[in-house]
Write a protein that binds this ligand. Structure first.
Ligand code: IMP
Length: 200
């Protein structure tokens, strides 16, 4: 029985993916392998995910799952996009990124607040891409932040069909609508269809 190594050092993502992919079993990236994660230098989510998956597949024989995600605001031409985690500068906090985004929309008097979250997933084994997908979650940017759940831009993102921000939804609700939730459903279907084992 094989585990799937998750190519991220983001603890929030590990917890979300573990929940979303159950009963597939994820292995967190050991501390000594985190240095192998390459910088996200590619121009697309997919290629960034592939960079990470391939780098770890160099030293790990089993399944490696890598992702790249971000938030795109349509009226800001897709910003922050692939730079979502460092929108307010290298090493910026989620709060600094949120503040910059809200300030940007306000200072430009932007009323069209439509946005989407994007999640690209790549499954690699022995340096071969076995599966890849990109999934979306559409919504709008709230006027001000609300809620204490989730991470990143969750407190300012209201998914389509909801009046609460992602940070106000409980985990089950977020998993149903989120970009990551949708991508993981596809990955689980892939494992089932191909009768592959990723269970512990
Ligand atoms: P990366 O995929 O590690 O490059 O990080 C993507 C960044 O996009 C995160 O640091 C968050 O700022 C943002 N992001 C991606 N997915 C989510 C989500 O589900 N909720 C909130 N923010 C997210």
């Amino acid at each position: 029985m094989q585990k799937i190594l998750l190519a991220t050092s983001n603890r929030h993502k590990y917890l979300e993916f573990s929940r979303l992919l159950y009963p597939l079993t994820l292995e967190a990236l050991p501390e000594d392998l985190k240095r192998l994660l390459p910088n996200e230098t590619a121009k697309s989510y997919r290629d960034n995910a592939k960079l990470k998956g391939m780098a770890l597949s160099e030293i790990y024989e089993g399944f490696v799952l890598a992702d790249d995600s971000g938030l795109e605001v349509f009226s800001l031409h897709g910003e922050p996009g692939i730079f979502s985690s460092r929108y307010a500068g290298e090493g910026s906090s989620a709060q600094e990124n949120i503040d910059k985004l809200l300030k940007n929309l306000q200072s430009k008097n932007i009323t069209d607040r439509r946005a989407r979250f994007v999640c690209a997933l790549v499954l690699v084994k022995k340096k071969k891409v076995l599966f890849e997908t990109t999934a979306f979650c559409y919504g709008i940017i709230a006027d001000r932040q609300k809620g204490g759940g989730g991470f990143g831009y969750d407190p300012i993102f209201i998914p389509e069909g909801y009046s609460l921000t992602m940070a106000e939804l409980d985990e089950k609700q977020k998993d149903l609508v989120s970009h990551r939730g949708k991508a993981c459903q596809e990955l689980k279907a892939f494992f089932l269809e191909n009768r592959m084992e990723g269970h512990s």
